[in-house]
Design a protein around this ligand. Structure first.
Ligand SMILES: [Fe+2]
Length: 252
């Protein structure tokens, strides 16, 4: 049986973001080039920052394209974005914290899922109690709009460093105008507060937003935590969804 669902829930993987400890970062670059065949035109970007004046630029992140489809290369890319903790040793870094707290050299941080209608998906998710750490942002360099979810962890545990990005490429002028309207407060002082800055703020404050509130998690866990996956039937799903919508409404 085929299920019908709204087009905005038809996601494609846009890219995946991998955190690497500095000792692996440059070696990985070589491995992408030599083993995975990343060509000269497939380094999509390479972002740098001089943290300490006079000490020179550090590489913060680069993205590589590992392949693309034939018919619509722009929307069928296989992309990995790589991030290292580039801050000086004495300076806090949420990327370092995410890696160190997993005792990991590498950590898959987020998968970016592309939807044809980000505004519709965003509304759908908000109505079900999903937390986002930013409003919908317009990427300065690329023609896309994006939003970042809270992390997947549960009450009483450390944040996992795992979350989702949801994005839409080539949004219409109308969509962008609607966002500018909604985001007026966020963009006060003309400051672009992107994912990196917001994540750093969360990790330094110790208050990392979960994907859904602890209270909602507990309610859902009470209902389905004791079941086997195959026992979570349509009726259970419908009542869980109703609970989420009720919860979200009460928080508004
Ligand atoms: Fe991303």
């Amino acid at each position: 049986m085929t299920t019908t669902k709204p087009a905005f829930l038809n996601f494609r993987v846009d890219h995946m973001t991998l955190l690497l400890q500095p000792a692996l970062y440059n070696v990985a670059y070589v491995l992408f080039k030599t083993v995975l065949g990343v060509g000269p035109d497939e380094l999509l970007y390479d972002k740098r920052k001089e943290w300490v004046p006079g000490e020179g630029e550090q590489s913060m992140t680069y993205a590589v394209r590992l392949g693309h489809g034939a018919d619509d290369p722009k929307l069928t890319n296989t992309i990995i974005a790589v991030v290292q903790p580039s801050e000086p040793a004495g300076q806090p870094s949420h990327v370092r914290t995410m890696l160190d707290s997993h005792e990991a050299a590498a950590h898959w941080q987020h998968i970016a899922l592309r939807t044809p209608d980000l505004l519709a998906f965003h509304q759908h998710a908000l109505e079900r109690g999903v937390n986002f750490i930013t409003p919908i942002l317009k990427d300065d360099d690329e023609n896309l709009i994006q939003v970042f979810s809270g992390e997947w962890f549960f009450p009483g545990t450390k944040p996992s460093g795992v979350f989702f990005e949801f994005l839409q490429r080539d949004p219409s002028d109308q969509t962008v105008a609607r966002l500018n309207d909604q985001n007026r407060k966020w963009f006060r002082d003309e400051t672009f507060l992107g994912l990196y800055v917001e994540k750093e703020r969360e990790y330094q404050s110790g208050a990392v937003r979960p994907f859904i509130d602890d209270a909602l998690f507990k309610q859902l866990h009470e209902r389905v935590g004791g079941k086997k996956i195959w026992e979570i039937d349509d009726a259970a799903l419908a009542s869980a969804e109703a609970l989420m919508m009720e919860y979200a409404k009460s928080q508004r």
